[in-house]
Design a protein around this ligand. Structure first.
Ligand SMILES: NC(=O)c1ccc[n+]([C@@H]2O[C@H](COP(=O)([O-])OP(=O)(O)OC[C@H]3O[C@@H](n4cnc5c(N)ncnc54)[C@H](OP(=O)(O)O)[C@@H]3O)[C@@H](O)[C@H]2O)c1
Length: 333
């Protein structure tokens, strides 16, 4: 089968469409004929070797972290899916493999595709929407009437996060350039700060929590937006000790490293009487089924910026890496 393979850490020259053997499903896995696969920043970060401290993949490896497609075969222990089911999934982080004609997915990581979506739109959902749901529901515990700040709302995660926070009954402020302003307003953001012209901390105060999608300077400045007791969850800043234990299942060595890396951020949080958590999302078929129900009920819109043919996987990755996607970028197989 054809697959988009990473053969060395570094630039795009280490990736290519290559002929590889078709994977075989283990007992708990589905073999999926992939119809479409979503791209995410984790793809180019993995290629660059930026995440090697967390996951050092043996190379070569088939890239790709989320997909939609049709079940071709099931492992002996699979109980909830059958051949010809239309499914979507965020695939196992230890193996990737979504940028290929066939991929294996653990049945616990898969869900039936929303009936109202085509394959390319469905492939845009799993990673970004699961991230937004798990951050807002499980870490920030967003509830009705709360004020939530989501810096960076126009991209893959942000377009889901704005809508999910609204669905939870929150008031939402976000940042976007003029290129994304109309989109984030349509998705429900009440307050939009143009980050190219204004500093958000000059305009916002008294927020209950922030879901930081940008890290860096944004994370350094977010604290004054929050009220005392406020909570920040970041998916782009610095990991902290809980990340190592809870999200990665790792021991005290990595926790200690993350303790040092996050010290400045945690001190800033403490000075403002706030808390800080860095989240790595996890695959979940149950959460994905819930998101599918929201999509079919027209309560969650999937925003796709561009669809590239599989032959242009490298161009698709370069487009996402430029950092201005509005919603999601998808490969069509
Ligand atoms: N930890 C996890 O589990 C996890 C999961 C998913 C994603 N992530 C991380 O989360 C981050 C966001 O992911 P994504 O998929 O949403 O990325 P994305 O789709 O590439 O985000 C692109 C969007 O960000 C906007 N943007 C860029 N700089 C900005 C700024 N300074 N202020 C406001 N908006 C800005 C861009 O708008 P303009 O065109 O207007 O600049 C663009 O619309 C990435 O770093 C990704 O690796 C982590």
């Amino acid at each position: 089968m054809q697959a988009f393979v990473l053969s060395g850490y570094g630039g795009p020259e280490h990736t290519a469409l290559t002929e590889v053997p078709r994977p075989s499903p283990r007992a708990s896995e589905l073999l999926v004929r992939v119809h479409a696969a979503g791209l995410n920043p984790v793809d180019f970060k993995t290629r660059a070797g930026a995440l090697k401290i967390i996951r050092n993949y043996p190379l070569p490896i088939v890239m790709g972290n989320e997909l939609s497609g049709v079940v071709e075969a099931v492992g002996a222990g699979v109980t909830r899916f059958a051949k010809n089911d239309r499914v979507f999934a965020r695939v196992d982080k230890n193996y990737m493999g979504a940028f290929a004609e066939f991929a294996v997915v653990d049945e616990d990581h898969a869900a039936r595709m929303p009936a109202s979506l085509d394959f390319t739109t469905a492939a845009a959902v799993p990673l970004a929407a699961l991230t937004a749901l798990q951050a807002l529901r499980d870490e920030l515990h967003v509830s009705a009437g709360q004020r939530v700040f989501i810096p960076g709302g126009a991209g893959g995660v942000g377009t889901f996060a704005i809508q999910l926070a609204k669905h939870m009954g929150a008031h939402v402020a976000t940042t976007a350039s003029s290129r994304g302003e109309a989109l984030v307003k349509r998705l429900g953001a009440e307050v939009v700060i143009d980050y190219t012209r204004e500093r958000f901390e000059d305009n916002l105060a008294g927020y209950d929590c922030a879901f930081d999608l940008l890290g860096g300077d944004t994370l350094a400045r977010v604290w004054s937006v929050l009220k005392p007791g406020g909570r920040v969850v970041s998916i782009a800043g610095v990991p902290e000790p809980v990340t190592a234990r809870k999200d990665l299942g790792r021991g005290s060595g990595l926790a200690a490293l993350f303790w040092v890396a996050s010290l400045q951020t945690r001190l800033r949080a403490a000075r403002h009487h706030c808390s800080y958590r860095y989240l790595f999302m996890h695959p979940s078929g149950a959460d994905l089924a819930y998101l599918a129900s929201l999509i079919d009920a027209k309560q969650l819109e999937v925003v796709v910026d561009r669809v590239f043919p599989f032959a242009e996987a490298k161009e698709a990755m370069a487009y996402l890496e430029a950092g201005h996607a509005k919603g999601k970028v998808v490969l069509s197989l």
